[in-house]
Design a protein around this ligand. Structure first.
Ligand code: BG6
Length: 498
C-alpha cells in the first residue's frame, strides 16, 4: 500500500471502483486526474482496491506510467512520492491500447474489466477532445458497459460542452439516447473549488447576509478570473473558443448562479440545480443593439509580466497573425427577478493580465447620507469579496475612523482566510472525482443548465462572429479598452483585484 502520510480527509469513503480514463496519455490525466487520485488514496477517500484503467494508443504500459510519474513530479510537486511508493501505486494501473473509434477497443476494455473479478462499479472519464464524447458513449453502450445492473456506471464529460446552443443541444440529445441523464457528470472544475462551495455555506448557514443579499443593498456584483498565463500550448482550441466560451459560458456563469440563486429546499443535487436553472432563465438576453454597451472583447498584445517580456497573442505558436479571437471578455448581465432587478452582474476574465486572481465581489450601495462629506476622505462603499484563488478566503471592506483628532475615515479590511492550513483545502478535481464516485451530482451541470447558458451568450457569439478587428491591451496591464465604461453607473467602478 502507498503510505498514508496525508491526514484523513473528511468525506464519505468510496467503494472499490474501476476508474477508466479515456485519453489517459493526455495532459489533463497527468496534471490533474492522477495527482488527485493519489491524494484521495492517501487520505482514504479512494478505496485501495480500486483500479485505474487507461485507454490510449501507441504506448506501452511502461512508457505511459513513466509519463504519469513525470507528470506528478512536474505538476504536483506537493505530492511526496518516491520511486518505490510509485511502484506500489502503479500496481493499481491497467492499460488498454486502442483507438477510440475502433469497436475492438471497447471489447478489450470489457474483457479487461471482466478480469477484475469482484469489481462492479465503473466510472468512465472522458479526458479527450469533445469530438470523442459521443463515440465513447456509443462504444460503452454497444458493448453493454453502460448498463447498471450490478454496479453504477458513470460517465464524466469535460468542458467544452458544445461550442454554441445548437451543438450543446445535439450533444445532450446524443448522450441521453445512450445513457441515462443520472449517469452523465458534466464537470466544471470551478464548482469543485472549495471557496466556491464555501459561498453556498456562507450564504445559507448565516442569517446576517440574507437581509442584505438583494437589490435594496447591493449595487452590483463582479465575478472575475484574471490570469497571468497566456494560452500556453492550446492555440488550436483557443482560436475557436476565445475567452467568452472558455471561461464565461461555463465557469463564471456557474458561479453567478450560486451567487444569485434562492435558497434550495434541501441540499440535494436536483434541489440546488432547480434553483440554479431559475437564475439562468431570468438572465435577460442581450439585444443586438446593446451588445456594444454591455460587452467587452479584447486581445493581449506584447508586454511584460513579472519583469519578463511576453509576446502578443497573434505571435503565439499556432495562432493566425490576423486572429481577432478575444483573450479578454467582459459581459454585463441583468437578472430579471424580484431579488436582483437593476443589479448588474459583471463577469469578466482575461489572459496575460498582471496577476492570477479569481474572485466574487459584492459591492454594496453607498451610505444613503454621507455625514462625513466635508472631510478629505469620504467613506467608500462596502464590499464583500470571496477570493477563489490565490489565498482563498473572505474579505469585508468597511470604513473606520482614522486614529487621532479627526473624523476622517479610512478603509478597514477584515479578512478571514478559508483555512489556516493549506493541506486541509482539497483540489477541485479531488472534490469532483470523489463526488462522482459517491454519486453526488450537486456540483455538476445538468443538461438544461448547459443549454440555458449557451442560449444566454448566443446573441453575443452572433454579434462577435463576423468582427474584423478586436481591441488590444498590453500584456501585464489592466488597460483593457471598454472596461471602465462597462461600470459607468456602478459604485466605485471596475474593481481590479489587488
Ligand atoms: C480552464 C480554461 O477551464 O480553466 C483555461 O480552459 C483556464 O483557459 C482555466 O486557464 C482556469 O482554471 P483555474 O483553476 O486555473 O482558474
Amino acid at each position: 500500500m502507498v503510505d498514508t502520510t496525508r491526514k484523513k480527509c473528511l468525506g464519505e469513503p468510496t467503494e472499490p471502483t474501476n476508474i477508466v480514463i479515456f485519453g489517459a496519455g493526455g495532459d489533463l490525466t497527468k496534471r490533474k486526474l492522477i495527482p488527485s487520485l493519489i491524494k484521495m488514496l492517501r487520505c482514504g477517500l479512494l478505496h485501495a482496491d480500486s483500479k485505474i484503467i487507461g485507454v490510449l494508443k501507441g504506448r506501452t504500459r511502461e512508457t505511459w506510467l513513466q509519463a504519469m510519474y513525470k507528470g506528478i513530479k512536474d505538476y504536483a510537486p506537493d505530492i511526496e512520492i518516491d520511486d518505490q511508493q510509485w511502484q506500489t501505486f502503479s500496481a493499481m494501473f491497467k492499460m488498454v491500447d486502442g483507438d477510440l473509434e475502433n469497436d475492438q477497443t471497447y471489447t478489450d476494455l470489457a474483457e479487461s474489466l471482466e478480469s477484475l473479478a469482484g469489481h462492479t462499479h465503473a466510472m468512465f472519464y472522458c479526458a479527450v477532445p469533445p469530438r470523442w464524447y459521443t463515440t465513447i458513449a456509443a462504444g460503452l453502450h454497444r458493448i453493454g458497459l453502460a448498463d447498471e445492473h450490478e454496479g453504477f456506471r458513470r460517465v464524466v464529460i469535460e468542458k467544452p460542452f458544445g461550442m454554441n446552443l445548437e451543438s450543446a443541444q445535439a450533444l445532450n440529445t446524443e448522450l441521453q439516447s445512450l445513457l441515462d441523464e443520472s449517469q452523465i457528470y458534466r464537470i466544471d472544475h470551478y464548482l469543485g473549488k472549495e471557496s466556491v462551495q464555501n459561498l453556498l455555506v456562507y450564504r445559507f448557514a448565516n442569517s446576517i447576509l440574507e437581509p442584505l443579499w438583494n437589490r435594496n443593498f447591493i449595487d452590483h456584483i463582479q465575478i472575475s478570473a484574471a490570469e497571468s498565463i497566456g494560452i500556453e500550448y492550446r492555440a488550436n482550441y483557443y482560436e475557436k473558443s476565445g475567452a467568452l466560451r472558455d471561461m464565461i459560458q461555463s465557469h463564471l456563469m456557474q458561479v453567478m448562479t450560486l451567487v444569485a440563486m434562492e435558497p434550495p429546499v434541501e441540499f440535494t443535487a436536483d434541489a440546488v440545480r432547480d434553483e440554479k436553472i431559475k437564475v439562468l432563465r431570468a438572465v435577460r438576453r442581450i439585444e443586438p443593439e446593446n451588445i456594444k454597451q454591455q460587452t467587452v472583447a479584447a486581445q493581449y498584445g506584447s508586454g511584460q509580466i513579472n519583469d519578463e517580456p511576453v509576446k502578443a497573442y497573434v505571435a503565439e505558436e499556432g495562432v493566425s497573425p490576423e486572429s481577432v479571437t478575444e483573450t479578454f471578455a467582459g459581459v454585463r448581465f441583468q437578472i430579471d427577478n424580484w431579488r436582483w432587478q437593476g443589479v448588474p452582474f459583471v463577469l469578466w476574465t482575461g489572459k496575460r493580465l498582471p496577476k492570477r486572481v479569481s474572485e466574487i465581489m459584492i459591492r454594496f450601495k453607498n451610505p444613503p447620507f454621507n455625514l462625513f462629506d466635508a472631510h478629505a476622505n469620504p467613506p467608500m462603499a462596502n464590499s464583500l469579496v470571496f477570493r477563489v484563488h490565490p489565498d482563498e478566503g473572505i474579505a469585508l471592506r468597511m470604513n473606520a475612523k482614522k486614529p487621532g483628532l479627526t473624523t476622517d475615515s479610512q478603509r478597514m479590511v477584515m479578512r478571514a482566510p478559508y483555512s489556516e492550513n493549506s493541506e486541509d483545502v482539497s483540489e477541485a478535481y479531488e472534490v469532483l472525482l470523489h463526488d462522482v464516485l459517491t454519486g453526488d451530482a450537486t456540483l455538476f451541470s445538468r443538461a438544461d443548465e448547459v443549454e440555458e447558458s449557451w442560449a444566454i451568450i448566443e446573441p453575443i457569439l452572433n454579434a462577435w462572429k463576423d468582427r474584423i478587428s478586436v481591441d488590444r491591451y498590453r500584456a501585464g496591464s489592466w488597460d483593457v479598452p471598454g472596461m471602465d465604461a462597462l461600470f459607468e453607473d456602478c459604485v466605485s467602478g471596475w474593481h481590479k483585484p489587488s
